[in-house]
Design a protein around this ligand. Sequence first.
Ligand SMILES: NC(=O)c1ccc[n+]([C@@H]2O[C@H](COP(=O)([O-])OP(=O)(O)OC[C@H]3O[C@@H](n4cnc5c(N)ncnc54)[C@H](O)[C@@H]3O)[C@@H](O)[C@H]2O)c1
Length: 368
Amino acid sequence: MIAFIAEPHPGIVCWIHWLNRVRTSMTNKLTNKLRFGLIGTGRIGPVHAETLAFRVPEAQLVAIADPRTEVAQKLADRCNNPRIINTGEELIADPNIDAVVICSPTDMHADMVVAAAKAGKHIFCEKPVSLSLKEIDRAIAAVEAAGVKLQVGFNRRFDSNFLRVRQAVESGEIGTPNLFHIVSRDPFPPPLTYLRPSGGIFLDMMVHDFDMSRFLMGEEVDEIYATGAVMIDPGFAKEDDFDTAVAILRFKSGAIGTIDNSRKSTFGYDQRVEILGSKGKIAADNRYANQVVVSGEKCVYQDLPYNFFMQRYTDSFTAEVQAFTKAVLEDKPTPVTGADSRMPVVMALAAGKSVKEHRPVKLSEITA
Ligand SMILES: NC(=O)c1ccc[n+]([C@@H]2O[C@H](COP(=O)([O-])OP(=O)(O)OC[C@H]3O[C@@H](n4cnc5c(N)ncnc54)[C@H](O)[C@@H]3O)[C@@H](O)[C@H]2O)c1
């Protein structure tokens, strides 16, 4: 049975790929839906569960796994009653599931990707796949050997404002990009217990912005100089982490840019991008629940932007899962590949090294 072949001989790899394609297309013909299992019901799990249950007609959420079964049950109650399973590992072994969405803590992702690939499941995995390049490579190799699809949750690529920024760069509308800026600040910090397994600010938070820098500019970064500070909660220092950080990027073309991150922005989720090119600039501002501007006797003002990722990026979370489902059903490449999952981690490791060594670090220095 394909599900239990550990390391297939290269000669039979193409058979495995073919069998997995037949299996998915048979499932699709029988039910007309891709059967999903969701792993982890913490902060991001419910976002994807609701997308699968209500916003992707070609998807069916059939099972949810979390050791916190009472939390999973509450989520199941509002998402068309998928089955509850104790752990992601058990869910992956279920033959009635075609694709898994991995939303467990980061340090579990790589093992789950490998197990899911060996079980012939298509995989949507939250970012990052691992904090270790060796582990990411192991996961990508398992996916390639099994011939299943892998998409990683860099959802910001699917945001309509940022897609417009990408279009302006790609089409030459703003000329040659010279300067690039991302502001990316959370409204409040996560619990301190979240920090260690997350890998810290560069691997957990700025990793999104590193992905966006490659995606929006359409080119790779050559060198990073980063610095960090603890300005919000001294608990971050005890966890060997920062709550405030800046990275300066030098792209291969010579263009330069900055990313600034904070774990606390008192006015809401601060998510902005600006690129200055030889023919103009393009900027994406924060998103608001309404566009109303109030003009009074002393000032002109508007309500706060969306408070956090669940509200701000709802559309992009939906679009990324729709794109994944389509890629599986139509047997096309996923829009965010295993290779796309690796480079932002290389960049985050370079940023970490830069802070430690107080110097700019070339990405070519990061080999493992
Ligand atoms: N794309 C985004 O914008 C975004 C946003 C938030 C989190 N994330 C990523 O999603 C992942 C999860 O983050 P979170 O904030 O939801 O974490 P969380 O700690 O809130 O949730 C993790 C959940 O996984 C469960 N879990 C633990 N072991 C399990 C197992 N063996 N099987 C099944 N479930 C298990 C936990 O009980 C918990 O409910 C992280 O990798 C994070 O980087 C991405």
